[in-house]
Design a protein around this ligand. Structure first.
Ligand SMILES: [Mg+2]
Length: 437
């Protein structure tokens, strides 16, 4: 069985861990530079406030105390994500992060009953140790696990943990009511093309002829159909271009502890990720790097760090992404470990064209679309890596506007949570119904 552990409203949940006042209230998290809303609590969704709305339009609601807005605090979210991952690694045989708040766990030798028990236990444990609410979807394949997770989230009946058996009555019923565009890895454009071929639901895809899928669409789509039937055949890197993140990672040929070598690998992944980003015409708001030691070598010290670097403005410029990677490595690199794998993830993607049309967004700094297009063109014609970056600009401006950012409680000594705030201040805040700051 494969499990998908996914945190509910992750950014908002992280904020609530350190400010319980926000529990049960409509809370939104804003993009870098406080531009627009990128995460909403269930209460804010219920008010009909859409994703992506410019923050200034909500200013009067915020001033009246009807909603609460926070600047994004990627350092805090990245650290909470690393803790979530570590907690899973302590309990599961293998873990693979898929995005900042979604992690796959691999439970090969577990019975269904054991999987469910573990899922429930993990849910309680994560809530208790990190304060984060999560849902767990379990199924024989990645694609079904993703659907199981969705069901765990939306149907109270499952109480946060849902196990789907391939070909069971529940699974079939679910596939019939799931639009094909909601299946993992199937974007809007592909869904439109599938509709032309009379494939509207996940069930239609499940039933489709594999040869035809391969011929008319792609091998990956045929594999997705097989996955819906319960045959595992997708790997993490196969999954086309999910809309919200791009990941490039690879295991090293030889484990290494040399910082320069690790940096080289990350640089390569960053350049490849930036290319994929431009191909799908997106900009990224944050860059995450991660390193893994070899978990099978119990005799060696283990270390699985993550670092998350927000960008001053959404960007698709390789140099900006490389600079973020360099900063990330500086934060997490420790000598004395032999690393086996490194990866770069681009997160919180936005549509490049839409973003440029928006007068509200600050213009991406240092953006040289022609330079990047030329680079991509040469590399496409002459082969990957014909032109690549060895040196990056180290003195770029990294200052962000973040008027409502919470403290970085878990990563900065000078921002630690303090106990024993003056009683008068507590009463004052209670009277004004405001959070303690
Ligand atoms: Mg989530």
């Amino acid at each position: 069985m494969i499990g998908l552990v996914d945190a509910n409203n992750f950014y908002v949940s992280c904020e609530r861990v350190f400010d319980p006042f926000l529990e049960g209230k409509p809370v939104g998290v804003m993009s870098n530079n406080d531009g627009c809303i990128i995460a909403r609590s269930a209460e804010m969704k219920a008010m009909g406030i859409p994703m992506g709305i410019p923050s200034f339009k909500l200013e009067s609601l915020r001033k009246r105390g009807e909603i609460y807005l926070k600047s994004s605090n990627y350092e805090l979210y990245g650290d909470m994500s690393a803790r979530l991952c570590q907690l899973l690694r302590d309990a599961c045989p293998a873990v693979s992060p898929y995005s900042i708040d979604e992690m796959f766990i691999y439970l090969e030798e577990f019975s269904d009953k054991q999987c469910l028990t573990l899922g429930e236990w993990l849910r309680r444990r994560i809530r208790r140790h990190l304060g984060l609410p999560v849902c767990v979807g379990l199924a024989p394949t990645h694609t079904l696990a993703k659907l199981a997770n969705h069901l765990a989230k939306t149907s109270p009946h499952y109480q946060g943990v849902c196990l789907l058996q391939a070909q069971s009555a529940t699974t079939m019923a679910l596939l019939k009511q799931t639009p094909v565009g909601s299946v993992w890895g199937i974007g809007r454009r592909l869904a439109e093309r599938l509709a032309v071929n009379k494939i509207y639901t996940a069930w239609d895809l499940h039933e489709a002829d594999l040869k035809q899928l391969r011929k008319r669409f792609s091998v990956v789509l045929a594999r997705t159909a097989l996955e819906l039937r319960g045959t595992p055949c997708l790997h993490m890197n196969d999954l086309g271009q999910p809309r919200h993140r791009i990941m490039t990672s690879r295991s090293f040929g030889q484990p290494t502890g040399a910082k320069e070598e690790v940096h080289d690998a990350l640089r390569r992944h960053a350049q490849r990720s930036a290319e994929k980003l431009r191909q799908q015409r997106s900009l990224t708001r944050a860059v995450m790097i991660f390193l893994n030691t070899n978990r099978h070598r119990r005799d060696q010290p283990q270390y699985y760090p993550h670092a998350m670097i927000p960008l001053p403005a959404p960007s698709d410029d390789t140099r900006t992404i490389l600079e973020a990677v360099r900063q990330g490595l500086e934060q997490v690199y420790r000598p004395g470990y032999r690393f086996m794998k490194a990866g770069v993830m681009l997160l919180d993607l936005v549509d490049a064209e839409q973003h440029q049309l928006s007068l509200l967004s600050p213009p991406p700094r240092n953006r040289h679309p022609h330079l990047m297009a030329t680079l991509d063109d040469i590399n496409q014609r002459m082969g990957q890596g014909t032109i690549s970056f060895g040196m990056t600009n180290a003195d770029a401006a990294w200052q962000l506007r973040c008027a409502h950012r919470s403290k970085r409680y878990t990563t900065r000594w000078d921002e630690l949570m303090q106990a024993g705030t003056h009683p008068g201040a507590i009463r004052e805040c209670a009277l004004r119904k405001q959070p303690l700051t």
